[in-house]
Design a protein around this ligand. Structure first.
Ligand code: S3P
Length: 166
């Protein structure tokens, strides 16, 4: 499985869709899968069950997806807070789309669809997540100031090179 991870705004969905197309695979976004499974959008889930409730649903959904058919899978930015998810990612091709907090906020600041953006400790959350992202990733692609097409190309070639080595 090719799995895209990284902070909100890194472009996991925007990169994942064309990447999947080029690889002839289906693209799945964990947030969309959660919304499909629960019939509720992410902000509603945060509101009704709080972040811990959302994280439980998120982890269960991702474990199921990782167990399923080979797709290109984009994970929500906080998905690696689950130890079970981190463990399940081992052995998969995990691509970190590496974005600075400044650029992430410039891209998505004020998006009401992302409840975590309202957190006053967002900078600390960003910092805390970096270790998990980096430990999980087999490929790290910087995205700051770079066009989507260039990022897609770089991921494609990194994934292709990794395939050849296997
Ligand atoms: C979250 C990121 C979101 C979504 C939810 C929580 C986070 O996904 O899962 O709002 O904690 O960083 P994106 O990274 O796709 O925005």
């Amino acid at each position: 499985m090719i799995v895209l991870v990284g902070f909100m705004g890194a472009g996991k969905t925007s990169v994942g869709r064309p990447l999947a197309r080029r690889l002839g695979r289906v693209f799945v976004d964990s947030d969309e899968a959660i919304a499909d499974a629960t019939g509720e959008e992410i902000p509603e889930l945060f509101q009704t069950m709080g972040e811990p409730g959302f994280r439980d649903i998120e982890a269960a959904q991702i474990l199921e997806l990782l167990d399923g058919p080979e797709v290109v899978l984009a994970l929500g930015g906080g998905a690696l807070s689950s130890a079970a998810v981190r463990e399940a990612l081992r052995g998969h091709q995990v691509v970190l789309l590496d974005i600075s907090l400044t650029e992430a906020l410039a891209r998505i600041g004020g998006d009401a669809g992302r409840p975590m953006l309202a957190r006053p400790d967002l900078a600390a959350i960003y910092a805390q997540r970096q270790d998990h992202y980096r430990q999980a990733a087999s490929i790290v692609v910087p995205v700051d100031g770079r066009h989507l097409t260039r990022v897609v190309k770089e991921v494609l070639s990194a994934v292709g090179a990794a395939d050849v080595e296997e």
